[in-house]
Design a protein around this ligand. Structure first.
Ligand code: HEC
Length: 181
């Protein structure tokens, strides 16, 4: 009688033990398969993004980064924006702010852009993106332009934050303005 009552108990503990083992096995499997990945490129913190955005003049400093990201989808088929990203149909745009127009050595620009003789800033980008053809006749960016001023403002804000390098000054500003938490 006493023994008979024990059987379910023993069974339960055996079952529990094997369930625990099975659970362990499940957890261990993906870890064993995982291959080490290269660390992602350093992303700006939210505070650093705010600080970088604030370095732009109005109205770009009020740009909506999410809408800018969406609008930039129209540029992605021709442009990369990561540091050292490849040139595609168009040149890599990392660090374009403050860069001389048509200045990348490894990209074959049109004569019009290479000899344009100005430095990219938010206003220049605004005019360029509104209508590349009339802004700089003879250039080879076959893009009709972003006619919506808000989209241009936002794409410029997005570009500044994504391709702008966070200088020590902006980093310091970000630390100073970051909420103390
Ligand atoms: C169909 C391909 C294509 C699309 C789409 C396109 N571009 Fe371009 N872009 C080019 C080409 C080609 C050039 C080089 C033009 C030249 O040399 O005359 C260029 C040049 C530029 C430059 C000048 C870079 C420098 O180094 O001087 C900027 C800035 C730029 N594009 C921004 C954009 C943005 C922002 C968008 C989206 C709103 C966009 N482009 C969409 C092809 C494209």
């Amino acid at each position: 009688m006493e023994f008979a009552m024990r059987i379910p108990l023993i069974l339960t503990s055996v079952l529990t033990a094997s369930l625990a083992l099975a659970a362990c096995g499940d957890n261990a499997a993906p870890a064993a398969d995982a291959t080490p990945k290269a660390p992602p490129p350093p992303a700006l913190t939210e505070a650093e993004k705010v600080a970088v955005l604030a370095t732009l003049p109005a109205p770009y400093n009020a740009g909506d980064l999410e809408n800018g990201r969406r609008a930039f989808a129209r540029c992605r088929s021709c442009h990369t924006i990561t540091p050292g990203g490849p040139n595609m149909a168009g040149p890599n745009l990392y660090g374009v702010f403050g860069r001389q127009a048509g200045a990348l050595d490894k990209y074959s620009y049109s004569h019009a852009l290479r000899s344009a003789g100005f430095t990219w800033d938010a206003d220049k980008l605004d005019h360029w993106l509104e209508n590349p053809k009339t802004f700089l006749p003879g250039n080879k960016m076959t893009f009709a332009g972003l006619r919506d001023a808000t989209d241009r403002r936002d794409v410029i804000a997005f570009l500044k934050v994504e391709t702008g390098y966070a200088s020590e000054t902006t980093k310091a500003a970000a630390t100073a303005t970051a909420p103390a938490s």
